[in-house]
Ligand binder design. Structure first.
Ligand code: PGA
Length: 241
C-alpha cells in the first residue's frame, strides 16, 4: 500500500484529485467507483472545478457507487443517489444513464443485489474511491463481513448509525439497513484510492495500514490489493507515523 500523509483535508482532497485525474485523462471512458460521505466531497469539488476551468470531460465516463440506504431513493435528500447528483453529477457533463447505484427502493432486495453484482462483473472499476468508517468499515461492510462477500444487504452497526446520524434530523431517521458492494467487488478494482481525515479515523487507519489482516477490520483486506493508495491527513495518520 502506498501511504501519502498530508497536512489537512484540503491537501488530501487535492492529492486525491491528482490520482483521480490521471485515471480520467489516460482513459476517457474509465469506470469510476465512487463513494459518498463527507470524506470525498473535497475531491468532487476539485473535479468540478477542473471540469469548469479546464474542460475535462466525463461524457464517456461510467460510474458505479458503493452503497445506498435501503428504503431511500432520489426523492430523499439523505439518499446516496441524491448525494452523488448534488455533489458531483449535476455539475459535470456526465450522462446520468452511465451512473450506477443500488436501487434503495427495490422491493425484491436479493434480486437487486444480483443485478448489481452482474453489472459489476462487466464494469470493473479502473479506480475505486473509498472512505473509511471509524470502526474500519469500507462501504457498508461492517466488522465481521467475509472478504469473499459481494453486493448484499447489511444491518448497519450501531457505531455507523451514530456516525451517520449527523446527516439526519434525528438518529431515529437513520435507516437500519443498506445495500452495499461486498469486499470482493471492491478488491476487484484495478486501483483503490482510500481517503481518511480527522482524529476519529486514526485507529481505523492504524488497522488499515499496520494491523492484522482480519475480517474484524474490513479495510485491512486492502493490504492485499496490488495497487492501493491511502491519502490521509496528519490527524488520521497519528498512530502510523
Ligand atoms: P465519512 O464516512 O466520509 O462521512 O467519514 C466514511 C465511511 O463511513 O466510510
Amino acid at each position: 500500500m502506498k501511504v501519502i500523509i498530508v497536512k489537512d483535508y484540503e491537501e488530501m482532497s487535492l492529492k486525491a484529485f491528482e490520482v483521480m485525474s490521471e485515471v480520467v485523462k489516460n482513459k476517457p471512458d474509465a469506470v469510476l467507483g465512487l463513494a459518498t460521505g463527507s470524506t470525498p466531497i473535497g475531491l468532487y469539488k476539485n473535479m468540478i472545478k477542473d471540469h469548469k476551468e479546464n474542460g475535462t470531460s466525463y461524457k464517456q465516463i461510467k460510474t458505479v457507487n458503493l452503497d445506498e440506504y435501503a428504503g431511500l431513493d432520489y426523492s430523499s435528500d439523505q439518499s446516496y443517489v441524491y448525494f452523488m447528483r448534488s455533489n458531483l453529477f449535476d455539475h459535470i457533463d456526465i450522462d446520468l444513464a452511465n451512473t450506477n447505484i443500488e436501487n434503495g427502493k427495490a422491493t425484491d432486495r436479493q434480486k437487486e443485489c444480483d443485478r448489481y453484482n452482474a453489472l459489476l462483473e462487466v464494469m470493473q472499476q479502473d479506480i475505486q474511491v473509498l472512505g473509511i468508517g471509524s470502526n474500519g468499515h469500507i462501504a457498508f461492510n461492517e466488522p465481521g463481513t467475509p472478504f469473499g462477500s459481494v453486493t448484499h444487504i447489511v444491518d448497519l452497526a450501531e457505531s455507523t448509525i451514530k456516525d451517520n446520524s449527523r446527516m439526519f434530523a434525528s438518529i431515529d431517521e437513520v435507516p437500519r439497513q443498506a445495500f452495499t458492494m461486498g469486499l470482493k467487488n471492491i478488491m476487484n478494482a484495478k486501483k483503490v484510492l482510500i481517503l481518511a481525515n480527522g482524529a476519529n479515523k486514526a485507529k481505523a487507519v492504524y488497522g488499515l495500514v499496520k494491523g492484522e489482516v482480519t475480517e474484524n477490520l474490513p479495510a485491512s483486506v486492502l493490504q492485499l490489493h496490488p495497487d492501493c493508495v491511502l491519502v490521509c491527513d496528519e490527524a488520521a495518520a497519528s498512530l502510523i507515523k
